[in-house]
Every structure is written in structure tokens, then in C-alpha cells.
Ligand binder design. Structure first.
Ligand code: SF4
Length: 275
């Protein structure tokens, strides 16, 4: 993907979703840090359900530390790896209280020194809580970067470094959220929604998916195979006529839906209000 296309890609993302946000609910850097720590191998929805009950009870490092591992476990039990996460959260709170006056440091090295905080989590906190230009490459961003040709790479770090170089600077602050949302809702792992994609004409991915077969066509096929027809001349003629009419109608509908520009807003969800 060349420079002109890269700029066009982010221009379209911005037009469709001018202010992309994380889907994790948080109100402070501390809440964001804990939510991101809990989100490893878990859904944002699942984490939000847990933190909606946990944060009203403890949303500072000191309060969380006081709650202890046993105290927070019941709140996060529904999240994968909750035992290890509970231990990491409490150890992190201990270090925050001891070394950072209970505050989340806006510093990569200090963040990555916290238990359960890796490069990706540090990047999310630096970017989302502190407004730094950082790129947290998760599975979605890794996939989108490779498929589109935006920043192909074999490792997460390689992709992160390329993205930091390739994404036009004006878009760098929000690029992480645009790419993540695009990967989560449009350029999904198994069957990317290419017909609905607002960057399909500039995406390098070759085996793009086609529009779904119209429902009427599917029903007709099933009916034919159920009745063993398809070879019957008179009935197939009538059905063909009906199907062809419906198909062209449905195709028109699909085509207009999948246009670029405004329809692109359909490809990324409405921004959520963080708590
Ligand atoms: S056209 Fe398809 S492969 Fe390319 S970004 Fe869009 S959904 Fe992904």
C-alpha cells in the first residue's frame, strides 16, 4: 500500500468515525490500566460487566490493595485467567502505592515493570489515558495491517514499528482505535466483510469476500433440491424469473449499502461513552 492510499484509508476512517474510543469503560488512568489488564483473552463486554461492579467498590490503587486478591476475585471470576489476573492486579497496586504515590505512571518503562503489564497494555495506557503516540498491536490490528498491506510483518513488534512509520502523523493518535474497531467488526478473522468495507478499493488483500447470496436465491435453491426439481422446465422457468427479479433487486440494495463515504459509518460501531 502506498503513501497516498494510506492517507486515504485513514481519511475514510476519520470521516466514518471522527472520535474513536476504546470499548472498555473507564474514568481514570487507574481504571483503564486495570480494565486493560483484565481484558487479556477476554471480551471488552465481559470486562465491563466485571468492572461495573468492582470499580464502585475500589477504583484507586490503595482501595484495591486493601481489597486484596480474595476481595477482588468474586468480581472478576467471570473473566478468563481470573486467579492470575487478581494476583497481578494486587501486586501492581502494591507497586503503584509504594513507588508512584498510587498513580499510574505515564512512562513506558515504569508501566512495563508492573506485573501483568506488557508492551501492548503499556501502549494502550500511554495512548488512551495519556494521549501519547503509541500503537498497541493486538490480534485485530495485526491482521488488518497484514491483510490490507498497510504494515505487513511477521511479529507484533515488527507491525507496531511499521505502523508508527507508515501511518500519517495526523492520524497516529487515533489509528490504534480505528484499526482495532475495523478488525473487530469488519475485517474479521474468518470471513472479512469486504463487500461492506469502506476501504475495499484500496486494500491489498486479494481473496476479498463476495456479497452474500440473496435470501430468495438461497430459498429457491433449497426448494429445488428438496423437491428434486431444477430439471423441470415449466416450474424452473417461473422460479428463474422470480429469482432473477429478486436477485437484481437485492443486488441493488447490497451495492448501495456497501458504498464508501457515509455508509462507512456502518462499519464501525457508534462510539461508546466511557464512564
Ligand atoms: S477489503 Fe476485506 S480484507 Fe480488505 S480491509 Fe476490507 S474487510 Fe479487510
Amino acid at each position: 500500500m502506498n503513501q497516498v492510499k494510506r492517507a486515504d484509508m485513514f481519511r475514510r476512517f476519520k470521516e466514518a468515525n471522527p472520535n474513536p474510543q476504546t470499548e472498555l469503560d473507564y474514568t481514570t488512568p487507574f481504571e483503564l490500566l486495570i480494565a486493560v489488564m483484565l481484558s487479556a483473552q477476554a471480551t471488552d463486554v465481559g470486562v465491563n460487566k466485571a468492572t461495573a461492579r468492582l470499580f464502585p467498590v475500589a477504583n484507586t490503587a490503595a482501595d484495591m490493595l486493601q481489597l486484596g486478591v480474595e476481595g477482588i476475585t468474586p468480581y472478576i471470576r467471570t473473566i478468563g485467567l481470573f486467579n492470575a489476573k487478581a494476583r497481578n492486579v494486587i501486586e501492581t497496586c502494591r507497586i503503584l502505592c509504594k513507588q508512584h504515590e498510587g498513580q499510574v505512571p505515564a512512562d513506558r518503562e515504569a508501566l512495563e515493570a508492573l506485573p501483568g503489564v506488557g508492551r501492548k497494555t503499556a501502549n494502550v495506557v500511554l495512548n488512551t489515558a495519556f494521549g501519547e503516540l503509541a500503537m498497541a498491536v493486538d490480534t485485530h490490528i495485526f491482521r488488518v495491517s497484514n491483510r490490507t498491506g498497510l504494515a505487513p510483518g511477521k511479529t507484533v513488534l515488527e507491525v507496531e514499528r511499521k505502523l508508527m512509520r507508515m501511518v500519517p502523523r495526523d492520524y497516529l493518535l487515533d489509528a490504534h482505535h480505528w484499526l482495532l474497531l475495523h478488525g473487530r467488526y469488519v475485517c474479521v478473522a474468518r470471513k472479512p466483510r469486504c463487500p461492506d468495507c469502506l476501504i475495499r478499493d484500496i486494500c491489498d488483500y486479494r481473496p476479498k469476500t463476495e456479497a452474500e447470496q440473496p435470501v430468495v436465491g438461497k430459498l429457491r435453491q433449497r426448494k429445488d433440491s428438496d423437491s428434486g426439481q431444477g430439471a423441470g422446465k415449466s416450474s424452473s422457468k417461473t422460479s428463474d424469473k422470480t429469482a432473477s427479479k429478486s436477485t437484481s433487486k437485492s443486488t441493488r440494495k447490497t451495492t448501495s449499502k456497501s458504498g464508501t463515504g457515509k455508509s462507512g459509518s456502518k462499519t464501525t460501531p457508534a462510539k461508546r461513552q466511557s464512564r
